[in-house]
Write a protein that binds this ligand. Structure first.
Ligand SMILES: *Cc1c(COP(=O)(O)O)cnc(C)c1O
Length: 423
């Protein structure tokens, strides 16, 4: 509301672009000094003018920050920015991507319920579903999420959601999001996307029928791997009366039922809040997100073509490149920008290790969405705990490396890769 009014007055033009929006989201309250950066409020608790005002606050009649584990001004500002940038109904910021995922599932399910999830998942999400939450009686039904009929066979009256990652990592398979949305709508269940790999400047989740997004803001959004964070984004396009576990929250809060249950119950009671300092990093990260992702994408395109031309490289995967199996889906869903990871193969595991050890500009580390270009050998690291046949089933080859492409000058990256592939 405030945002529309602001842009209506100042810009008198069509909906402003991503970065313009990010730089101009109004503060929740005017700053007494007209600071051009949202101040960092490190306070734990907030004072009230009177006993009556505190009572009104606890009754929900007077909205104000009380104690920073539940909400605080700098974190609220980051949430408002992400809400404006995603055009969504509600946003909660949390201490990590895993906190965003676990809070969401805890709010939506109870023992005896089930969710359907893609089987190629971020490792700790897989462990959360398969171990941690399984021990509390939640069943996760894993599926490749490729065949509509097979997915529908997994749905029963206790199914609460379909959960998927927009692009799997490191395989770089792109989900058939339109098919998943069709199934979810037909069966009145929620569609949850982990869109970490495809940030909100390239992926408009609600346009494709996604109800809830969970994001590890640690990655692209933090602005170069500065801090840990996560976000839950509610697109306001699901009828919460269809989920029996939101009961009294639906009656009291209507469209805000999920956000209210998470904020007033799961988030508060499990202590997964984002710190104010982190929220400040994240807000700044959003201002430069579009710029950074565009540069990473340009680097991916140049590096991808270069890797195709390098005779030592046997396989190259980047769905932004024409000829890649994911190219059309990347165009349809992500404006042609399917994240900033390239995976590629050399002839053997030994060749990969020798190559990685010679790199000077590219860093050996497990992260993605950093400003720095990072490389890892997934088969021997991220997937090391998986039995060999499971690694094979997930298409994790011991000849494959994952390159998370940063913002360096691309000529330096090419020169580094070139020298490391020489004998
Ligand atoms: C990193 C990551 C997570 C977990 O996020 P953290 O911030 O590390 O807790 C979840 N999903 C995907 C796709 C990720 O890349």
């Amino acid at each position: 509301m405030l945002l529309n009014c602001f842009f209506g007055k100042i810009l008198k033009m069509k909906q402003p672009g991503f970065t313009t929006t990010s730089l101009n989201v109004p503060y929740p309250k005017p700053d007494p000094h007209n600071a051009l950066h949202m101040p960092l409020y490190e306070a734990v608790a907030f004072e009230f003018d009177s006993a009556e005002q505190i009572e009104a606050n606890f009754k929900g009649e007077y909205i104000a920050h009380v104690y920073s584990r539940t909400s605080s001004p700098t974190v609220e500002y980051f949430e408002l920015k992400l809400k404006a940038l995603t055009g969504s109904h509600g946003v909660i910021a949390l201490s990590s991507g895993m906190a965003a995922i676990s809070n969401t599932i805890l709010a939506l399910t109870k023992a005896g319920d089930n969710i359907i999830s893609g089987s190629r998942l971020f490792g700790h999400t897989y462990a959360l579903f398969n171990q941690t939450l399984a021990e509390f009686g939640l069943e996760c039904r894993f599926s490749e999420l490729r065949n509509e009929k097979d997915i529908e066979k997994l749905i029963d009256k206790n199914t609460r959601a379909i959960y998927f990652e927009t692009v799997t990592n490191p395989q770089l398979d792109i989900a058939d999001i339109e098919m998943l949305a069709r199934i979810a709508q037909k069966h009145d269940i929620l569609l949850i996307a982990d869109s970490t790999i495809t940030p909100p400047n390239v992926f408009r989740a609600a346009d494709f029928g996604v109800n809830i997004e969970v994001i590890s803001t640690t990655k692209h959004i933090s602005g170069g791997a500065t801090s840990f964070g996560g976000a839950i984004i509610d697109h306001g396009n699901f009828d919460w009366t269809l989920n029996p576990n939101l009961g009294s929250y639906t009656e009291k809060f209507g469209k805000n039922a999920l956000i209210a249950k998470i904020r007033k119950n799961i988030y508060r009671n499990t202590g997964g809040s984002m710190s104010p300092q982190t929220a400040r990093n994240m807000s700044q990260g959003l201002d430069m997100l579009e710029l950074r992702v565009e540069k990473c994408y340009q680097n991916c395109m140049v590096l991808g073509s270069y890797l195709h031309s390098n005779p030592k490289v046997t396989v190259v995967n980047y769905p932004g490149l024409e000829g890649d199996p994911g190219f059309d889906a990347a165009k349809k869903y992500f404006k042609g920008v399917p994240g900033t990871i390239i995976s590629f193969d050399l002839e053997s595991k030994e060749a990969c290790y020798s190559f990685m050890n010679k790199l000077k500009v590219v860093r050996r580390a497990t992260n993605l969405g950093d400003n720095k270009t990072l490389i890892i050998h997934p088969h021997s690291t991220i997937y090391a705990e998986f039995p060999l046949e499971e690694r094979a089933a997930a298409n994790i080859r011991d000849t494959m490396m994952r390159l998370s492409v940063g913002i360096e000058n691309v000529d330096d990256l090419i020169a580094d890769i070139e020298q490391a592939t020489k004998e």
